[in-house]
Design a binder for this molecule. Structure first.
Ligand SMILES: C[S@@+](CC[C@H](N)C(=O)[O-])C[C@H]1O[C@@H](n2cnc3c(N)ncnc32)[C@H](O)[C@@H]1O
Length: 233
């Protein structure tokens, strides 16, 4: 396991299933993550190759369970892609939609091109009774509509990661679900978009990435973001 600290970001290279148990319980105030969807996605013309753990049948449940141990009770979780929360200590789920404002090629045999991705929001609640009662306590500080609109990052320029997410959308979720100076955890960091958004929102961040190529890209990108933030102060 390799660790880099860049300003308010602590970054780990390795398998989050091995790294998360070494972090103190309750170290994070928000989980915002984008795991492999288990769809064997290879992106444009296969330039990037398949993501680690994106094989069919990949189950993200044990990974999110381990990440929850690092989260403070009653705090918020956002997970891009498919998520079954029935085996997790989560309640008050809501489905958010990222509208990419344009559709990709997808299955040309059907008349609909996919233009959106699902994001599951939920609240971490360790008590079974409170979970079943739909508790969650932390009052919403900001209320927004459940459709978030933003062009996908790789639509008009070369992307650093085949499934890179827009920093603007991540920043909206961070702003809605955490306070200044709090810590955002992303156990599937990829090219570091969540960490960049967290720093821009003046939060601390913890990121984990298993692929050394994307870990290096994330480190360079976060260093750059950190420099720009210093200049803006
Ligand atoms: C969907 S991508 C995240 C992309 C990211 N949101 C971005 O904007 O760049 C998921 C990432 O999780 C990484 N990954 C897969 N299994 C992992 C594991 N067990 N521990 C840590 N990272 C993992 C993959 O290498 C991939 O980069």
């Amino acid at each position: 396991m390799h660790k880099e600290i860049i300003g308010d970001a602590t970054l780990y290279l390795g398998d989050c299933l091995e790294i998360l148990p070494s972090l103190p319980g309750g170290v994070a105030d928000l989980i915002l993550t984008d795991p492999p969807y288990g769809v064997e996605f290879v992106g444009r013309a296969g330039v990037h190759g398949m993501l680690v753990n994106d094989h069919k049948g990949f189950d993200v449940t044990p990974y999110i369970a381990e990440a929850l141990r690092c989260l403070r009770r009653h705090r918020h979780v956002y997970v891009f892609g498919p998520l079954d929360i029935s085996k997790l200590k989560l309640c008050s789920p809501a489905e958010l939609i990222w509208d990419k404002e344009m559709f990709g090629l997808g299955n040309l045999a059907i008349p609909w091109g996919c233009q959106h991705e699902k994001i599951t929001f939920a609240i971490y609640e360790t008590g079974k009774a409170a979970r079943e009662g739909g508790s969650g306590i932390l009052a919403a500080r900001l209320r927004r509509g459940s459709v978030l609109r933003c062009l996908r990052p790789n639509s008009q320029r070369a992307s650093v990661h085949p499934t890179e997410k827009p920093v603007d959308i991540l920043a909206q979720m961070i702003e809605s679900s955490s306070m200044l100076g709090e810590t955002v955890l992303d156990p599937f960091m990829g090219s570091g978009s969540t960490v960049v958004a967290a720093l821009a929102e003046r939060r601390k961040a913890i990121g984990v990435e298993i692929d050394p190529k994307y870990f290096d890209i994330a480190c360079r990108r976060i260093e750059q973001a950190q420099k720009q933030l210093k200049l803006a102060l």
